[in-house]
Design a protein around this ligand. Structure first.
Ligand code: ATP
Length: 620
């Protein structure tokens, strides 16, 4: 509520300012602040949350401006209807510009969006039959009230009201399920999809949001000026919008306001010296990137923390609900019968050129058991987990979960279906708090979609509350409640491993795939992990554990599968695997195994600790 009241207060103060100033110059500055605020708000979703760099926003501004121009002049459409239609048309262009983002990332994406901006700029300049070129399109119908065109004061009030509405709506989206999902995409797309986040769909959504607000701003400018020409649509405009977000603070809720206010006022006063304005924009961009990477919002937030010991109202912290018990939340529906085959992989093969990390591998994970997948370095264990979790596609073979083929499903769909995983090299969202990391695991379990979140409907608040309660239970189960608010990347390594486990458990899986969860843990932590995995199994979750710590594998597994050179060479109870000559040969190498057998009639694998750490693990 504090944030909403503050936003209302700012909007009210700006509206009152309109009453006390009759100066057209100041009113136009205020109008421009709102226009750039609208552009920056959407761009903040795209850049600050989803982490997608776009240099083509001028093209989207043009889409809105020229759409409203053509609709009101050529088609004689009502100006209000034309404003709405132009916004929708811009959203369509958002899908267009999003398409490349599904294939390219980082600098390549920036180049593609830059090309989009340049194409639109050239189009509106050169295709003068359609867009009027430098002459532009005149007699665009302005918005009207009771049949009369808006006065300048009314334009400003309307722009303030729109800005307030856009801010509050986007805030609803960003502080909940969708905002967290976008942040996870920015941090690590693979980990995000493995937590049930539909990465491609959300990237398109972020582009559409940015295009919608930018197109709306373009349409407003065209209607207020009653004309639009190619001079409006320049590369500088794209840079200015980007700068507004970076300078204000990308990823902060108040960043767009701070950026739009500062830069619009500055550029209004520098406007008469065009060369200084461009120089100042370039210098500010460098300044923002090097000196205050979190923008003005970051600087103010740091100051406020130092002065008042609390965070700025733009940051959102919600306390954890009290855990209602130390049991893990489980998904509704019929639990699999104990011992029934739950996940069945049949003849999986994968090759990378000459390297074949999986050759006809078959495995059955039975419900309620801890299965271990072991083998020397490079045997294909991670490849197996990657195939089952959908991160890579098997070249051949079939993967069934609960009787359905999941071999062609996307990573996020597999996770939502009930198969979760952790990673060999931790893939936490390091900048986000522990609770946000684990809440992202709940993404696929929450039911509030874009529109319910956008309008902050009661159902979306209910979902958020219930997700937080479930996360509180998971944190309590893993003894992480005390560090819930800390950034995940700031924790000790052992705790980070546990947070990754908590995040995977938050997807409420039936099968949990753990890729070397004990890597980097000390002996005491490894022992505690073993106890924890048994408690998780006792909650009805089936586990597949890839591990090099033989002590751990032998102590907790019900069933062991052994891979070597991408082939399954043995499987069975742990004690039998320890004495299986093929397994011993795989770990020790054939000659050494014969030698060991000659010296000591009953060689047994393991109980020597960490095979990965010993030179035996990597015999090749
Ligand atoms: N994307 C890839 N391109 C080429 N080769 C790959 C790729 N991914 C894995 N490999 C190779 O496949 C083999 C099996 O790799 P994988 O990571 O599955 O083994 P692992 O049993 O998990 O090993 P470790 O215990 O060291 O983690 C290795 O030789 C690896 O170099």
């Amino acid at each position: 509520m504090r944030h909403v009241l503050a936003a209302l207060g700012i909007a009210l103060a700006a509206s009152l300012l309109v009453l006390v100033t009759a100066n057209d110059f100041y009113l136009r500055i205020l109008f421009s602040v709102c226009v750039y605020f609208l552009c920056a708000s959407g761009m903040n979703v795209l850049l600050g949350f989803a982490g997608q760099k776009s240099l083509g926003q001028a093209g989207l501004f043009a889409a809105g401006a020229y759409a409203v121009a053509m609709l009101t002049t050529s088609l004689d459409m009502n100006p209000w209807a034309a404003l709405a239609a132009a916004t929708v048309i811009s959203a369509g262009f958002g899908v267009l510009i999003a398409a490349p983002s599904l294939r390219v990332r980082g600098p390549s994406l920036a180049m593609v969006t830059l090309a989009f901006g340049i194409v639109v700029e050239k189009l509106v300049t050169e295709a003068s039959d359609l867009f009027g070129g430098a002459m532009g399109i005149y007699a665009i119908k302005p918005l009207t009230l009771a049949g009369e065109p808006f006065t300048m004061a009314q334009w400003v009030w309307f722009a303030i009201a729109l800005s307030l509405a856009v801010h509050l709506l986007l805030r609803n989206v960003l502080i909940g399920r969708l905002g967290r999902a976008l942040l996870s995409i920015q941090a690590d797309e693979v980990a995000a999809s493995a937590m049930g986040v539909p990465v491609l769909r959300y990237k398109v959504l972020a582009f559409v949001i940015a295009a919608t607000t930018c197109g709306l701003a373009g349409a407003l400018v065209a209607q207020q000026n009653q004309y639009i020409n190619s001079d409006f649509i320049t590369f500088n405009l794209s840079i200015f919008i980007l700068l507004t977000v970076l300078f204000g603070g990308a990823g902060s809720l108040i960043g767009p306001l701070l950026g739009a206010l500062t830069l619009t006022v500055l550029s209004a006063f520098l406007a008469r010296w065009a060369w200084i304005e461009h120089f100042a924009n370039g210098a500010l961009l460098l300044f923002a990137l090097y000196v205050m990477p979190q923008g003005l919002a970051g600087v103010l937030s740091g100051l406020s923390r130092r002065l008042f010991g609390e965070r700025l109202s733009g940051d959102v912290t919600v306390p954890l609900a009290d855990p209602t018990g130390a049991a893990l939340p489980v998904r509704d529906g019929k639990a699999a019968r104990p011992d029934a085959p739950l996940l069945v992989a049949t003849n999986l093969s994968k090759s990378y050129g000459g390297v074949k990390p999986a050759r006809d591998v078959s495995a059955v994970l039975t419900a309620g058991h801890i299965h271990a997948l072991i083998g020397p370095n490079g045997a294909g264990k991670s490849t197996f987990i990657n195939m089952v979790s959908g991160i890579i596609r098997a070249d051949e073979g079939r993967i069934e979960f609960r009787g359905s083929d999941i071999g062609r499903q996307s990573t996020h769909a597999i996770c939502r279906g009930g198969v979760a995983r952790t990673f060999q090299n931790l893939r936490l969202f390091r900048e986000l708090s522990v609770i946000d990391n684990v809440l992202i695991g709940q993404h696929g379990r929450m039911r509030n979609g874009f529109l319910t979140s956008l309008f902050g409907l009661p159902s979306s608040r209910r979902e958020e509350r219930s997700a937080r309660e479930r996360v509180a239970r998971i944190l309590a189960f893993l003894d992480l409640t005390g560090v819930a608010g800390a950034p995940a990347g700031s924790l000790a390594y052992g705790l980070q491993r546990r947070v990754e486990l908590a995040r995977a458990l938050a997807t409420e899986p039936e099968v949990l795939l753990l890729d070397e969860p004990a890597a980097g843990l000390n002996p005491q932590e490894t022992e505690e992990l073993g106890q924890l995995l048994k408690r998780i199994r006792d909650q009805g979750i089936t586990i597949l554990l890839v591990e090099h710590h033989m002590d751990l594998v032998m102590a907790i597994s019900d069933h062991v599968i052994v891979l070597d050179y991408g082939e399954k060479i043995a499987e069975g109870p742990p004690a039998a695997m320890q004495r299986d000559p093929r397994v011993i040969a795989a770990y020790l190498g054939v000659d050494e195994a014969d030698e060991a057998a000659a010296q000591d009639g009953t060689p047994a694998l393991g109980l020597a600790g960490d095979l990965a750490g010993s030179n035996l693990a990597g015999h090749r």
